[in-house]
Design a protein around this ligand. Structure first.
Ligand code: HEM
Length: 407
């Protein structure tokens, strides 16, 4: 088949080297072991994302079912069927319109003080500890607490949410099938998540609150615009989609600060550059490498014929390193002018949570630069997670240094 393999230790260590080869090769290249067509160039990725009638998102459900195979339980397959991420218009349009209301720019802006307070609680704990883990102590709890509060689920159960999130995203995204005991533990964990959410949804049905789950139930009951399965599916999507990704954004940005000390100094001197720092991190090493689409008919893409029914994988991270669009793509350029990266996708499925993720990451680094500006990563080697969909680390040991210490 093909010499390109996205399930290899080399890929995990440096996916960008393989992406560069793919961009040199052709607009669409089948990659081992599953035979997806990798779409690696910026213009082609945009073309796929702009044409949902040619490239259907239902691929998501099929691809995960195919990859996760026996690991899937019926309820998870059902959940994917009712998931906005894996839907096409008109169902996608209906769901997106409904949920958009909770994610307007104003609604997100209003959350800033609470996001700052949560960040500062995390940093209080970090300062007490001295030695800490950026992922466990800040990057993971922050988005989990925020979305848990929005949905109206108990933030105190954040350890459970984290475990559930990890076990949901590990589904099919991993380089290897887990051993049977681990697969069974993951299934158990996913079942627990469903049981927990069923309970919460039933409670909100009896006694609505001022939260997102109650708002979705109202839409289901009053306007008949959302089915019960969709309420469940949307809750899981919101709980999962935004957590690991935002965690990885904060983690990946922290790794940039280690690798580019001059950027760190610039940000210390001028924190108004933090939004630029977050945008360039999204381009340079964003949390999502790529996702799936299915060709609804035979399509010609920049000279390559993609057969009907073939799966394609638009590689957002490769598009963001396309040298014809972003000069010197392997360099982190804080002041890069072109900010048109596709780390949040593009078109009708453009990330619903992008304004929230940006706000959380910006506030996190504003407070980091105020309170622990000299914190450093203590391990020389970072271990990238085992996934060809997500990019990030599970742990990032660090220590705080006094603000006056020059390192
Ligand atoms: C840095 C953090 C994040 C990144 C990099 C990210 C990335 C993405 C990408 C690439 C897509 C498009 C998928 C596609 O093309 O099929 C997407 C969709 C989505 N994201 Fe995010 N995301 C992040 C944070 C969040 C947050 C915080 C939330 C919510 C709380 C969220 C909720 C969603 C939802 C619901 C969709 C589906 C939208 C649709 O199908 O219309 N994401 N995200």
């Amino acid at each position: 088949m093909t010499k390109f393999n996205i399930i290899s230790p080399e890929f995990q260590e440096d996916p960008y080297a393989l992406f560069a080869q793919l961009r040199q090769t052709a607009a669409a290249v089948p990659v081992a072991p599953l035979g997806f067509y990798a779409i690696s160039r910026y213009d082609d990725v945009l073309y796929v994302l702009k044409n949902p009638q040619l490239f259907s998102s239902s691929a998501l459900q099929k691809a995960f079912t195919m990859m996760a195979g026996s690991m899937m339980q019926g309820e998870i397959t059902g959940l994917l069927q009712h998931n906005m991420l894996g839907m096409d218009p008109p169902d996608h349009t209906r769901l997106r319109r409904l949920i958009n209301r909770a994610f307007t720019a104003k609604a997100i802006e209003d959350m800033a003080p609470r996001i700052r307070a949560i960040t500062n609680e995390c940093i209080d704990t970090i300062l007490q500890k001295g030695e800490f883990d950026m992922i466990n102590d800040l990057a993971s709890p922050l988005p989990i607490i925020v979305i848990a509060e929005m949905l109206g689920v108990e933030p105190e159960r954040r350890q459970d949410f984290r475990q559930w999130s990890n076990d949901m995203v590990s589904l099919g995204a991993s380089m290897e099938m887990p051993p049977p005991e681990e697969a069974s533990r993951q299934n158990q964990s996913r079942a627990e998540l469903f049981a927990y959410l069923e309970e919460i949804i039933a409670e909100r049905r009896r006694e609505p609150q001022d939260d997102l789950i109650s708002a979705m139930i109202r839409a289901e009951e009053e306007a008949d615009t959302l089915t019960a399965e969709e309420v469940m599916s949307m809750t899981v999507l919101l709980l999962i989609a935004g957590n690991e990704t935002t965690t990885n954004l904060i983690g990946n940005a922290t790794i940039v600060l280690r690798d580019y000390p001059e950027v760190r100094e610039q940000l210390k001197a001028d924190p108004t550059l933090i939004p630029d720092f977050i945008e360039e991190t999204l381009r340079y090493n964003g949390p999502v490498l790529g996702l799936f689409r299915e060709a609804t008919q035979e399509v010609e893409l920049s000279g390559v014929t993609i057969p009907q029914g073939a799966f394609v994988m638009p590689l957002y991270a490769s598009a963001n390193h396309d040298e014809t669009v972003f000069p010197n793509p392997e360099e982190f350029d804080l002041l890069r002018e072109n900010k048109k990266h596709v780390a949040f996708g593009f078109g009708i499925h453009f990330c619903l949570g992008a304004p929230l993720a940006r706000l959380e990451a910006c506030i996190a680094f504003e407070e980091i630069f105020k309170r622990i500006p000299n914190a450093v990563i203590t391990d020389d080697k970072v271990n990238w997670i085992d996934s060809f969909i997500l990019r990030g680390v599970r742990t990032l040991p660090m220590k705080t240094l006094a603000a006056h210490t020059v390192d």
